[in-house]
Design a binder for this molecule. Structure first.
Ligand code: PEP
Ligand code: CO
Length: 445
């Protein structure tokens, strides 16, 4: 077998890659990227791995969520804080309801590249390359916008750095202080039917906090900041490669664009370039698994992606659809058990439940999302395995993209604030409701 290297994936078939008009321009950009500082550190990555190991043992719970695709235009204070706020609020509900630490991982600061089902898009007889995310080309349906432009890689790196910088500043003090969860209230929280339930949990937590501090030695400064990790689909292998580096005092290579990169459902074939690339990095890695994946396939993935059988190293994020999970998931759990290796199981109840309305909106029904999640919990319970986390597409904004939820958003209501360029996200209220539903089903243990 050939020696692994950050570029060894280039000898394998790579799906879903951009077709750049100039190799020279791409190479020049990659050279620039390779000289820029990392976005995350190996210390953070190893800390996350340790926490994910706890989630795999059932001692912690992973909350991973954010946009389907971030776009460059949304790199602003309000969008970033709103996303942080909803993830912090959901995590409070989960901590309270599950009685365990919650690991917060955003689909943020790098979720700029998207796999597409077709390479081209045709409108009124005009065919252009598909939009592949802001890291590659523009969404506008013009030949100029759709040509992949390597300069976007630098802009993506810059946006990721700015986003991370703001997240780090917010997580470190003041804003993220558990003593002041009112900082996380979104403007419309007061009008939500869920507001009372949320505020009751916050009041109970504040009470417990005061109680602990009365017993202990005053204010615990650790509770004045939160840890927040980043993740994105590691789709654009040239981009990932350019920030994959050795670090001082630790063996191996780290992908330093993000803490937790994952492999999408469309690029998980064991012969693919993506598996080659991901098999050599030290980060924890996720793989989306779903309908059509055989026992042998997932067994091979387990061995390739967790060769040293490290705890917290490999996450299988299953995304079947409410009508398919019952048939598909038990076999995969058994196949992984047979390998004897450690994995963390995570439910993505979004991607198998996408549908289109008659008027052409891509949507998801809240009830189907919840039904898949509840089945996932039951299936893991009866298989004697652990569902250690959830993966959502959500936003802190008041969008109308998914149907249903406490406010009963219907098909006609979608057009009010349908903003996503790719997949439909849970809005703020639907996301909170989902967190409450998880705690009801998984209970306090
Ligand atoms: C996604 O997470 O946005 C995505 C494309 O998912 P999947 O690879 O599971 O289809
Ligand atoms: Co998506």
């Amino acid at each position: 077998m050939n020696q692994w290297h950050p570029t060894s994936w280039q000898a394998k078939p790579a799906k879903q890659q951009a077709n750049y008009p100039s190799q020279e321009a791409l190479d020049a950009t990659l050279e620039q990227l390779s000289l820029l500082p990392p976005l995350v550190t190996s210390w953070e990555i190893e800390a996350l791995k340790g926490q994910l190991a706890a989630a795999a043992r059932g001692e912690a719970f992973l909350l991973q969520g954010g946009d389907c695709a971030e776009n460059f235009g949304d790199c602003n204070a309000q969008m970033i804080t709103n996303k942080l706020k909803i993830l912090l609020q959901m995590s409070l509900l989960l901590i309270h309801g599950l009685n365990k630490p919650v690991i917060r991982v955003g689909r943020i600061a790098g979720q700029y590249a998207k796999p597409r089902s077709a390479d081209t898009e045709t409108i009124d007889g005009v065919t252009l390359p598909s939009y592949r995310g802001d890291l590659i080309n523009g969404p506008e349906f013009t030949p100029e916008a759709r040509i992949p432009d390597p300069v976007r890689l630098l802009r993506g790196y810059g946006r990721a750095a700015m986003t991370l910088n703001f997240i780090r500043a917010l997580s470190d003090c003041g804003f993220a202080d558990l003593h002041h969860p009112e900082n996380w209230d979104l403007d419309f929280v007061g009008h939500s039917p869920l507001a009372d339930e949320y505020h009751q949990v916050v009041a109970e937590l504040s009470h417990s906090l005061k109680f602990m501090e009365t017993l202990g030695s005053g204010r615990d400064s650790d509770l004045s900041r939160v840890q927040f990790f980043t993740s994105h689909e590691g789709l654009h292998l040239h981009y990932e490669q350019s920030l994959t580096r050795p670090v001082p005092n630790r063996p191996g290579y780290y992908n330093l664009t993000t803490h937790l990169p994952w492999i999408g459902f469309r690029t998980a074939a064991t012969t693919d370039a993506h598996i080659e690339y991901f098999s050599g990095i030290r980060n924890p890695v996720g793989v989306k698994v779903g309908p059509g994946m055989s026992a042998q396939w997932i067994g091979e993935l387990t061995e390739r992606l967790n060769p040293d059988n490290e705890e917290g190293k490999l996450l299988f994020i299953h995304r079947f659809g409410a009508d398919k999970i019952g048939d598909g998931l038990p076999g995969l759990i058994e196949a992984v058990k047979r390998t004897g290796r450690q994995v963390l199981w995570v439910s993505d109840p979004m991607h198998g439940n996408t549908e289109s309305t008659r008027s052409g909106y891509k949507t998801r029904h809240f009830d189907n999302i919840l039904a898949e999640l509840e089945q996932a919990i039951d299936i893991h319970r009866s298989a004697g395995s652990i569902l250690g986390g959830v993966h959502f597409e959500l936003t802190g904004d008041d969008v109308t993209e998914c149907i249903g939820g406490a406010r009963g958003l219907d098909e006609a209501g979608l057009k009010r604030a349908y903003k996503t360029q790719v997949d439909p996200r849970l809005n703020y209220e639907q996301a909170l409701e989902m967190a409450l539903a998880i705690t009801r089903k998984l209970g306090r243990t």
